[in-house]
Design a protein around this ligand. Structure first.
Ligand code: ADP
Length: 394
């Protein structure tokens, strides 16, 4: 019986399958609710039909007394017993009675009421009865604990869903905010950069060296800011665009991404190893393109000085999902940054050492999540990094 965790099955076993000294003519299983007992099930079954209405107060009749005392209450003949105050069992023709408390970890969980039509010395069977009932109590205890656990799990699930919804709303608001700010910043920035370029072009000769240095800095800084704003716009646009999900040839997407980076590949002399065959993945062409382009771009950017970048692309299947791996022989990423780099504006180098905005990997992560996938990195400083993207297959 202890193997079952369902309250219904434990009740059934207590009433139908338990071994009693002589099979009772009436069996009732009450569960404790505060200071009363509520009928959970009975045999014969007629009582079960009205089970919510059948309640016994603490101290009332034999079962209520067993609840109060936490000890069995035996009666050889309830018709002669002044403690037997309720009439139902007598009306059903019962005479001897055993009210057995069911003990659990935190006290009495309920009471099992067993009745026989014959008057008899039930207490003489006390040992046997208490052993059977101990087993039932253990099963009941497990079932109630399990029910509580399930209630907690449901509550937790409800709360997680509620929080997730709140987070999604907050996220959307933040995205809309980032989008409108970036959008509005473009016009004044264009003016700053435009005028700085005019000064640089037309009036440079009139400036002294210090003036020229400042103008050059303004031009560079405004170009960098324009890049940042463009990347931020791309990032915040991601959550706003509708996905066009379909089966895609991953090889075609990767090759297109490499084509987009032809200039970088040629400039670095990079070697790119590709697998012989490619799987089909389920995704959105634009997002997938963005993921591959950003990862390949980084693999070409963060190479060791004086070492030709060597990239190796492979793929594998896991749990019905495709994992694309992009490995490089670059500078690597210290372990403490391997998660942080996927956050917006998280960079590990100055713009002079390696140019960038720190948004590329945030775009990759967001795109992967939107496609129902995930992204992570394994890396060793001085040896290289491998970025993995898990994507649903068809
Ligand atoms: P960005 O490249 O514009 O700086 P990313 O979000 O693409 O922004 O990358 C964030 C940081 O992660 C980079 O600044 C770099 O320090 C590190 N990183 C990304 N890819 C690699 C790589 N393949 N090898 C080493 N470091 C990398």
């Amino acid at each position: 019986m202890q193997a079952s965790l369902s309250l219904e099955e434990v009740t059934e076993a207590a009433l139908d399958r338990s071994v009693y000294p002589s099979p009772p003519d009436l069996a009732m299983l009450f569960l404790r609710e505060d200071d009363r007992l509520v009928l959970q099930g009975a045999r014969p079954e007629l009582l079960t039909l009205c089970r919510k209405e059948v309640q016994v107060s603490m101290g009332e009749c034999l079962c209520g007394l067993a609840l109060e005392a936490g000890k069995p209450v035996y009666s050889p003949d309830i018709h002669e017993d002044p403690r037997s105050t309720l009439t139902a069992c007598k009306e059903w023709g019962m005479r001897s009675f055993a009210a057995m408390p069911l003990w659990g970890g935190e006290g009495v969980l309920g009471v099992l009421g067993l009745a026989w039509a014959a008057a008899q010395d039930v207490e003489a069977q006390a040992n046997f009865l208490e052993t059977s009932v101990g087993e039932i109590a253990m099963g009941l205890n497990n079932a109630l604990l399990y029910r509580e656990l399930q209630q907690h799990a449901r509550e937790l699930d409800r709360r997680v869903r509620e929080r997730t919804e709140q987070l999604q709303v907050a996220n959307k608001e933040l995205e809309a905010f980032a989008y409108s700010i970036s959008h509005d910043l473009r016009a004044p920035l264009r003016a700053v950069s435009g005028f700085a370029q005019i000064i640089a072009r037309r009036h440079k000769a009139a400036l002294n060296e210090e003036g020229r240095h400042y103008v050059d800095n303004i031009v560079l800084a405004s170009e960098r800011m324009a890049h940042l704003i463009d990347d931020l716009l791309t990032y915040s646009r991601l959550g706003r665009q509708a996905l066009k999900l379909r089966a895609l040839d991953l090889g075609k997407v990767v090759k297109q991404a490499i084509d987009n980076l032809t200039d970088r590949v040629e400039a670095t002399g990079a070697i790119i190893n590709l697998p012989g065959d490619w799987p089909t993945v389920f995704g959105d062409q634009t997002l997938l393109q963005q993921i591959c382009t950003n990862l390949l771009d980084n693999a070409l950017t963060y190479h060791q000085p004086g070492v030709v970048p060597e990239l190796r692309l492979t793929w594998s299947m896991e749990d019905g999902q495709i994992i694309l791996a992009i490995a490089d022989n670059g500078i690597g990423i210290p372990p403490e940054y391997q998660e942080k780099i996927f956050n917006v504006f998280q960079r590990l180098h100055s713009d002079e050492d390696y140019p960038g905005t720190g948004i590329g990997l945030a775009i990759v992560k967001k795109s992967a999540i939107m496609l129902g996938g995930q992204v992570w990195v394994e890396s060793e400083v001085g040896k290289g990094s491998t970025f993995y993207i898990k994507l649903p297959k068809e």
